[in-house]
Design a binder for this molecule. Structure first.
Ligand SMILES: Cc1cc2nc3c(=O)[nH]c(=O)nc-3n(C[C@H](O)[C@H](O)[C@H](O)COP(=O)(O)OP(=O)(O)OC[C@H]3O[C@@H](n4cnc5c(N)ncnc54)[C@H](O)[C@@H]3O)c2cc1C
Length: 474
C-alpha cells in the first residue's frame, strides 16, 4: 500500500473529492460533500458496499436529537462527553470527543430528515456506561439495514460509488499533498484517478492478522467478526506520509458471540439481569463493565467460551433483534424448565449451578455483595424457564488510527494538518483510549457518522475555497 511520488503522474480522470471506503463513514462523508455543492466519488473495493457497518447492530449514539426530544429524553452534549471520557478513564482526546458529541445530534437529524434514513431510538435498556437513551438504529437493529438506508440516500443524491475499485496506491507530492490514487479492478486492470481532497473512510486493521499480532497481541488468533477488507490501509498510507497514529492497541471486543454459530447475542441480556457462567458453572466477572473488555475475559475461560444465562422476560427484550432471531433459528439457544435441566444441557454440575443461582438471589436481595462489584438489586432475579447460549470472545474492530483534528484533517507527528487528507470512522483514532476497556458502546458508528459528516464537509470546503468560493460552516 505504498505512497508514490506524484511528479509527472497523469490521471485518467480528476475528481474534486475522493472517498475511500463505502461503509457508514464513506457514505455519510459523500452525502455531506454533495450537500456542500461538490460531486464526490466513493471508491469501494467490494462489488457490493457492506463494510463492518453492514455486520454491525447499526446502533449510533447521539445526543439532543429530534427523536430524543420527541420522547422527552433530556440528554446533553456535556453528559455524552462525560460518559465517553469516564469509560476511557480520561484517556480519549477530549477535544475530539466534544466535537464528535456536538456533531452527533445534528448528524442524526440530517440523516433522518434530509436524507430519509430510517432510525428509531433504542428503548428498554441502557448500554453499559451510557447515562441516557441515545442509541439510534434501524428498527431491525441490524447494520445491513443501516447500509441499505445510507446506500438509498446516496443513490437519491446521485452520488457515484465506484465498486470493485480497490485503492492500492496513493500519489503525493513532497509536501504530502495527495494528487491521486491508483485503483485495481477485479480483473487486475488498474486506473489512475486524480483528486483535490481525499477522505480515508476505509476503517482500521481488524482484517490484517499481521497488524493485529503486532498491535493487539492478546487478540492474535481470536475470532475477527468485522469486515475482512479492513486491512489497515489508511494507517499504512498515513504512516508513509508522516501522519500521527495513536492508540493502535485499542479495539472493540465483544464477549457475546454465539459459538460455534458466530451470531452476535445482544448485551442487553446482561444489562437487564442475565449473567455469564464458565464451564464450571461459575461467574467470572462484572458483566456490567462493558462487552468490549469481556471478550478477553471470556477467552480466558476453559475452552475460550462462556454461557449467557437468561429467562423469558429477557428473551422478550431481544426477541425483535434480527441477530437473536437467527440465533434461535440456528439452534444456538437452549431452554430448560429448571436448574437441574439447565445444568444438564450446558454440562455443568447441578449443585454448582444451584449455588450460583442462590448466590445471585442473595446479591439481588442486598444480603450479600458481588465480589466482582456488579449491582444485581435493580433487576428481577431470573425465573424458570431458563435459556442459555454458548458464546466466545471476538475482535469487532480496531479503535486506534490516524490522529485528526476536530475538522477531521489528518495531522502529522507534530500536530500540523496534512494539506488535503481527511479521515473518519475506523480509519481515524477513536475515543476509546489505549485499550479494549475504553470502548463505550457505539463509539464505532459515532465516529463514522459524526466525523464522516465533518470529513465530507471539510474536504468539500477545501475544494470550494481553492475555487474561490467562501463556505459557511455549521
Ligand atoms: C458485529 C459488529 C457489531 C457492531 N455493532 C456496532 C454498533 O451497534 N454500534 C457501533 O457504533 N459500532 C458497532 N460496530 C462497529 C462498527 O461496525 C464500525 O465502527 C463502523 O461500521 C465503522 O464504519 P466505517 O465506515 O469506518 O468502516 P466500514 O463500514 O468497515 O467501511 C469501510 C469500507 O472500506 C472498504 N475498504 C477498505 N480498504 C479499502 C481500499 N484500499 N480500497 C477501497 N475500499 C476499501 C471496505 O471494503 C469497507 O467497505 C460493530 C462491529 C461489528 C463487527
Amino acid at each position: 500500500m505504498p505512497v508514490l511520488p506524484a511528479d509527472g503522474q497523469v490521471y485518467d480522470i480528476a475528481i474534486p473529492v475522493l472517498i475511500i471506503g463505502a461503509g457508514a463513514s464513506g457514505l455519510v462523508a459523500a452525502l455531506a460533500a454533495k450537500d456542500a455543492g461538490i460531486d464526490p466519488v466513493v471508491l469501494e473495493r467490494d462489488l457490493v458496499p457492506r463494510g463492518s457497518t453492514a455486520l454491525s447492530s447499526g446502533m449510533i449514539p447521539a445526543c439532543k436529537t429530534r427523536i430524543q426530544q420527541e420522547k422527552g429524553i433530556a440528554d446533553s452534549i456535556e453528559t455524552m462527553v462525560d460518559d465517553i471520557m469516564r469509560k476511557s478513564c480520561g484517556q480519549a482526546d477530549s477535544k475530539i470527543v466534544e466535537a464528535m458529541c456536538r456533531a452527533s445530534g445534528p448528524a442524526i437529524d440530517w440523516l433522518t430528515q434530509t436524507h430519509g434514513v430510517e432510525l428509531t431510538l433504542v428503548e428498554g435498556f441502557l448500554y453499559p456506561g451510557h447515562s441516557q437513551l441515545r442509541m439510534h438504529a434501524p428498527i431491525s437493529r441490524a447494520g445491513v439495514d443501516l447500509m441499505r438506508g445510507l446506500s438509498a440516500a446516496a443513490e437519491n443524491a446521485s452520488i457515484d460509488i465506484m465498486t470493485g475499485a480497490h485503492v492500492i496506491d496513493l500519489f503525493a507530492d513532497g509536501a504530502g499533498h495527495i494528487k491521486g490514487v491508483r485503483i485495481e479492478r477485479p480483473d487486475g486492470a488498474t486506473e489512475l484517478i486524480g483528486c483535490k481532497a481525499l477522505v480515508l473512510a476505509c476503517n482500521g486493521f481488524g482484517g490484517n492478522a499481521d497488524m493485529v499480532r503486532q498491535y493487539i497481541p492478546e487478540m492474535e488468533g481470536a475470532l475477527y467478526f468485522g469486515h475482512p477488507g479492513n486491512q489497515g490501509d489508511a494507517i499504512l498510507w498515513g504512516q508513509a506520509l508522516g501522519a500521527g497514529v495513536q492508540h493502535l492497541g485499542s479495539y472493540q471486543g465483544h464477549g457475546s458471540v454465539s459459538h460455534p454459530h458466530g451470531i452476535l447475542i445482544s448485551w442487553a441480556l446482561m444489562m437487564e439481569g442475565g449473567f455469564q457462567l464458565n464451564s464450571e458453572g461459575q461467574r467470572f466477572s462484572n458483566e456490567h463493565d462493558g462487552y468490549s473488555e469481556q471478550a478477553q475475559r471470556v477467552l480466558k475461560q476453559s475452552g475460550d467460551v462462556a454461557w449467557n444465562i437468561f429467562d423469558d422476560r429477557l428473551r422478550e427484550l431481544v426477541a425483535g433483534f434480527k441477530d437473536y432471531e437467527q440465533a434461535e433459528a440456528h439452534g444456538a439457544v437452549v431452554k430448560a424448565q429448571c436448574i437441574a435441566k439447565l445444568a444438564q444441557l450446558i454440562g455443568v454440575s447441578e449443585e454448582r449451578l444451584a449455588d450460583t443461582f442462590d448466590e445471585i438471589a442473595q446479591f439481588a436481595s442486598g444480603r450479600r455483595q458481588d465480589k466482582f462489584g456488579r449491582d444485581f438489586t435493580s433487576n428481577p432475579t431470573l425465573q424458570a424457564p431458563y435459556y442459555a447460549v454458548k458464546v466466545t470472545g471476538s475482535l469487532f474492530h480496531t479503535q486506534g488510527g490516524l490522529v485528526i483534528n476536530s475538522d477531521a484533517c489528518v495531522l502529522d507527528a507534530d500536530g500540523d494538518a496534512l494539506p488535503n487528507l481527511f479521515a473518519s470512522g475506523g480509519a481515524a483514532c477513536g475515543v476509546s483510549g489505549p485499550q479494549d476497556w475504553g470502548y463505550l458502546s457505539g463509539n464505532g458508528l459515532l465516529s463514522a457518522v459524526s466525523f464522516g459528516r465533518i470529513a465530507g464537509k471539510s474536504a468539500a470546503g477545501l475544494v470550494l475555497s481553492s475555487m474561490g468560493v467562501v463556505t459557511v460552516t455549521g
